[in-house]
Ligand binder design. Structure first.
Ligand code: DX5
Ligand code: ZN
Length: 216
């Protein structure tokens, strides 16, 4: 099973983003870009133009996590802008199959994300459309929150649902040296870490330490 560490820049210094990204670009698999519109979540990060410029400049492939309302329009646009992966939230998509297909048509991997309160059971029939499931282990909106142990069953069920399919299983929220092995044990293979990485004195070393804990 492949393992991926995808640092989130949500807790990085936005005024020196290029330098912040450079700190982790040698040791990370993808750059996790949290897009928030202050509608779907009570926080704002980047509009489409700002995000596009980060995607264009990033030395790492970009994993765009869209916490926005108009995801059916903007999801494919984020793929067209050069994201390696675009993840839409199940809760904000009116037609997830159509949007996931459009994202793939634009050349990106298509991800489907679930807030803590959303059941995956309503989406079992669209597994074949999905390249990555994202199970949130905090309520989306802010970095630095506590990892929700109560997501264990949902992650385990998603792993069972994936079976032999080459679908990534990402966890996002509260991943740290204390929690990453728990999420691995549940079945996750793709790990977002925001504050754990960017609040560390040496972000690259932290990525390496996190990876070491989940790699045999
Ligand atoms: C939360 C974001 C996460 C966040 C993770 O809404 O989707 O990607 O940056 O930050 P930490 O790792 O600090 O929980
Ligand atoms: Zn995220």
């Amino acid at each position: 099973m492949g393992i991926r560490i995808t640092p989130s820049i949500l807790n990085a210094d936005f005024s020196h983003l290029d330098q912040e990204i450079a700190k982790i670009s040698e040791v990370s698999d993808l750059l996790h870009l949290d897009v928030m519109d202050n509608v779907f979540v009570p926080n704002f990060t980047f509009d489409f133009d700002a995000a596009t410029s980060i995607i264009a400049k990033s030395p790492l492939p970009v994993d765009s996590h869209l916490m926005i309302a108009d995801v059916d329009t903007l999801g494919p646009a984020y793929a067209h802008a050069g994201s390696a992966s675009v993840t839409i939230h199940a809760e904000s998509s009116i037609d997830p199959v159509k949007t996931l297909r459009s994202i793939k048509r634009e050349g990106a991997r298509a991800g489907l994300a679930f807030k803590p309160g959303t059941d995956i059971e309503d989406y079992l029939d669209i597994v074949a459309e999905v390249d990555m499931f994202l199970i949130m282990t905090v309520e989306p909106g802010f970095g630095g929150q506590k990892f929700m142990q109560s997501m264990a069953e949902k992650v385990r069920r998603t792993r069972a649902l994936i079976g032999d399919r080459p679908i990534w299983l990402q966890v996002d929220g509260g991943i740290s040296l204390e929690t990453i092995e728990i999420a691995l044990d549940w079945g996750a293979d793709t790990f977002v870490a925001g504050s754990a990485v960017f609040n560390a004195a040496d972000p690259a070393e932290m990525v390496n330490r996190l990876r070491a804990l989940v790699t045999q």
